[in-house]
Ligand binder design. Structure first.
Ligand SMILES: NC(=O)c1ccc[n+]([C@@H]2O[C@H](COP(=O)([O-])OP(=O)(O)OC[C@H]3O[C@@H](n4cnc5c(N)ncnc54)[C@H](OP(=O)(O)O)[C@@H]3O)[C@@H](O)[C@H]2O)c1
Length: 346
């Protein structure tokens, strides 16, 4: 094993939608660009990522070169992560994986730093940590303060998911399909099963025998695991919308004990990583390129007052829902004072 460079971070899949974001956040958070080693497949070897004045070169992934880093953020598909993560962990590299591969693995912690970050620092330190699904991260970040104060009996959530959730190629497809539609050409989707231009459709991930899509299944299973609540009643409907970046969710939550709109807002105001909005004009565009989960005004059920509430939330799923979560896991692990994003009211 070669000597790890102190503080060096490998970002694998750096040219992808999440990977590019991870490199950018590391630079913003003060990591020396020379200590960020960007890897991709052979296809993106030699590509250069540009961030203001900083350029980062992508090289083809090799375990030997990546093992020169202390830690690695994997921004690769599940099959690639399944191969690379154990390989790097065996070489002594601390791995945070963005893919779904390890999320339900009993020995791999599934972490949202604001909720269960302590799992990263337990002894012995876990060699691999899994980042939850982006829709789960935004849902639980918004609901955790409410759960802590009043408990949660059930969650009904409908998602409005940006195309970038399906990767960099899906962003290209939104633009090309929109151009085709505007010029009257025949649609030609390849990432999605139907054209995403001027369209809304159920999430494209495969459905299991219960009828839930893969994305919906992740939201159920991961929420139960992170909250350590195996029978939690979560009812998701995941939908793709023609938005480039940032997901939205409509959430109906039933609390376990009596609450009120004002009490819920007060809990959200105190929480980390949340930005409260007083107007109903909250959109994915407002959340794009920001670090917080944005929450619009909370409404109360008229037939179940004090117990059932409706929330509208938006979140940059590439950033808060993936890359930033991974960087915060790295920071937690390296015991550097963690600067989590504070709550702001606008
Ligand atoms: N997009 C989201 O909103 C989101 C949110 C949460 C989690 N995730 C998860 O994060 C992971 C990355 O998603 P993404 O949306 O960023 O996908 P993406 O845009 O398709 O990027 C995937 C990256 O993986 C690289 N790659 C493929 N094979 C590789 C190999 N053998 N060695 C090294 N790099 C390889 C690709 O590099 P080349 O360009 O060289 O092929 C590409 O840059 C996925 O597991 C996804 O499920 C995504």
């Amino acid at each position: 094993m070669s000597e790890a460079k102190p503080g060096a971070v490998a970002v694998v899949g750096a040219g992808g939608a999440v990977g590019r974001e991870a490199v950018g956040i590391l630079i913003e958070r003060g990591y020396d660009p020379a200590s960020i080693i960007a890897f991709g497949s052979e296809r993106s070897s030699g590509r250069v990522l540009e961030f203001d004045k900083t350029k980062v070169n992508i090289r083809a992934y090799t375990p030997r070169q990546a093992a020169e880093c202390e830690s690695a953020i994997l921004c690769t598909d599940a099959d690639v992560s399944a191969r690379i993560a154990p390989e790097l962990a065996d070489l002594g590299v601390f791995v945070v994986d963005n893919s779904s591969h390890f999320r339900m693995h009993p020995e791999v912690p599934l972490v949202i730093p604001e909720i269960n970050g302590k799992l990263i620092t337990l002894k012995p330190n876990p060699p691999i940590v899994a980042n939850p699904n982006c829709s789960t991260i935004m849902l639980l970040t918004a609901l955790n303060p409410i759960r802590r104060a009043f408990g949660v009996e059930s969650v009904v959530v409908t998602t409005y998911q940006a195309v970038s959730g399906a990767g960099a190629l899906a962003i290209d497809e939104l633009y090309s399909e929109t151009a085709r539609a505007l010029s009257g050409e025949k649609e030609s989707p390849s990432v999605f099963p139907v054209s995403c231009a001027f369209n809304v459709f159920p999430h494209e991930s495969a459905r299991d025998s219960t009828g839930y899509s893969g994305e919906e299944r992740k939201m159920i299973d991961e929420s139960r695991r992170i909250w350590d609540s195996p029978t939690l009643n979560v009812l998701p409907t995941c939908v793709r919308v023609p938005v480039e970046r940032a997901h939205a969710q409509s959430i109906v939550i039933k609390t376990a004990s009596a609450s009120s709109t004002n009490a819920i807002i007060e809990e959200l105001r105190k929480a980390e990583g949340i930005r409260l909005h007083q107007s109903f004009e909250l959109t994915p565009r407002i959340a794009a390129h920001t670090d917080q989960v944005h929450i619009g005004p909370v409404r109360e059920s008229e037939s179940d007052p004090g117990r059932t509430f409706v929330l509208w939330i938006c979140c940059d799923q590439l950033r808060r829902g993936a890359a930033l979560n991974a960087v915060e896991c790295l920071i937690l692990r390296s015991n550097t004072a963690t600067k989590l994003t504070g709550s702001v009211c606008v």
